[in-house]
Design a protein around this ligand. Structure first.
Ligand SMILES: *Cc1c(COP(=O)(O)O)cnc(C)c1O
Length: 365
């Protein structure tokens, strides 16, 4: 069986360091906002080239707290993609704002700047681009559009830890970047976790209060906050993996390169590499009208594959009433044709060759 992700190999390789760190943290018994969380925040901020990183309990919370910190609320519109995980739009609804879904580019699967421009209205308060599958959204165009309109940009970096445009990392472009450390993400803990990046000291201060009951001094509460902290044990795991994240992502890129070479003459659409963009392949996603046949063939060869995402957000039951009349043709076609193949840094060349050969077989059958 070739799985979509294999977290065991990574743990085996880091076992001594992680186990020792966890035992030390257990001996210290400083489980909430302890020294490993503080150190992780500094190390992550340094890696990403941002002034501040504020750890929290999940990627969903990172999005939610970022929107609160940007004062987005009822009556406001937030432009985003419908081709993403539901948490992106849930966070917009948590603050009482309205998600405005726009179409995507068929090759990068990211929000299409021309569609964003058409969706801007007097009520637009924020833009929430998603760096989907580890491919950075087209930030230059999006940022210059937003500057002129007083629109706050919050990046959904849940799938893009380490992705870059030029020398800059995702999470350093907008007012805030929201990261997830769900175990299967490029930088994953051993439970839930998240983080917000920002270059504003004032925003960082506010986020630190929001994640901890509106308090920066024990039992003094300046605002209504939340219980959304990263725990110390997760911080131990994340510190060990952060040291190696660049290599992990380089290995994902190695896997992707080989897939793309092997699939080049099959007629399936492979992920687009854009000059100057460092795609970190949270997923390696192909497009084919024969998607279901390919998935069935892979399954019969004991190879996992997955459809991210089969139902765009404007077609989800949770939102459907509000978006019944909305049509997003590219999003809808991509949802019908997309298939993600196994992707993790340790995936062997032999496995990649077997997967690619099985995809080819499905297409000649
Ligand atoms: C995983 C993910 C989230 C949510 O992160 P959690 O840590 O699971 O709450 C948000 N947006 C996207 C695009 C994601 O992939």
């Amino acid at each position: 069986m070739i799985p979509m992700v294999d977290l065991k190999q990574q743990y085996q390789a880091l076992r001594e360091e992680i186990d020792a760190g966890i035992l030390r943290a257990l001996a210290e018994t400083q489980f909430i906002l302890g020294p490993n969380v503080a150190a992780f925040e500094q190390e992550a901020a340094a890696y990403l080239g941002v002034e501040h990183a504020v750890a929290c309990a999940s990627g969903t919370d990172a999005l939610h707290l970022s929107l609160i910190a940007a004062d987005v609320g009822p009556g406001d519109e937030v432009i985003t993609s419908a081709f993403t995980f539901i948490a992106t739009a849930e966070a917009i609804r948590y603050v009482g704002a309205t998600p405005v879904f726009v179409d995507i580019d068929p090759q990068t699967f990211n929000i299409d700047p021309a569609c964003v421009a058409r969706a801007v209205s007097g009520a637009t308060r924020a833009l929430l681009p998603v760096h989907l599958f580890g491919m950075p959204a087209e930030m230059e165009g999006l940022l210059s559009m937003c500057e002129g309109h007083g629109i706050t940009v919050i990046e959904d970096c849940a799938q893009s830890f380490g992705a870059q445009i030029g020398h800059r990392y995702t999470g350093s472009f907008g007012a805030c970047g929201a990261f997830s450390f769900f175990p299967s993400k490029n930088l994953g803990g051993y439970g839930d976790g998240g983080m917000i990046t920002t270059n504003s000291e004032e925003t960082a201060k506010r986020l630190k209060m929001l994640r901890n009951h509106g308090s920066n001094m024990r039992y003094h509460h300046d605002l209504i906050g939340y219980n959304s902290r990263l725990d110390e044990l997760q911080a131990v795991v994340l510190r060990a993996k952060l040291k190696r994240i660049h290599d992990y992502n380089d290995n994902r890129r190695r896997v992707a390169r080989l897939y793309t070479n092997l699939l080049s003459d099959t007629g399936v659409q492979t992920p687009r590499e854009v000059g100057g963009y460092r795609h970190v392949y949270h997923q390696y996603t192909i497009l084919s009208p024969h998607r279901d046949r390919i998935a069935a063939k892979l399954q019969s060869a004991d190879i996992a594959s997955a459809i991210y995402y089969p139902i765009p957000l404007h077609r989800q039951a949770a939102f459907a009433n509000a978006y019944r009349a909305l049509e997003l043709p590219v999003t809808e076609r991509v949802a019908k044709q997309c298939l993600s193949l196994p992707m993790y840094p340790e995936l062997s060349e032999a496995a990649i060759r077997k997967i690619a050969a099985t995809v080819k077989e499905a297409l000649v059958d």
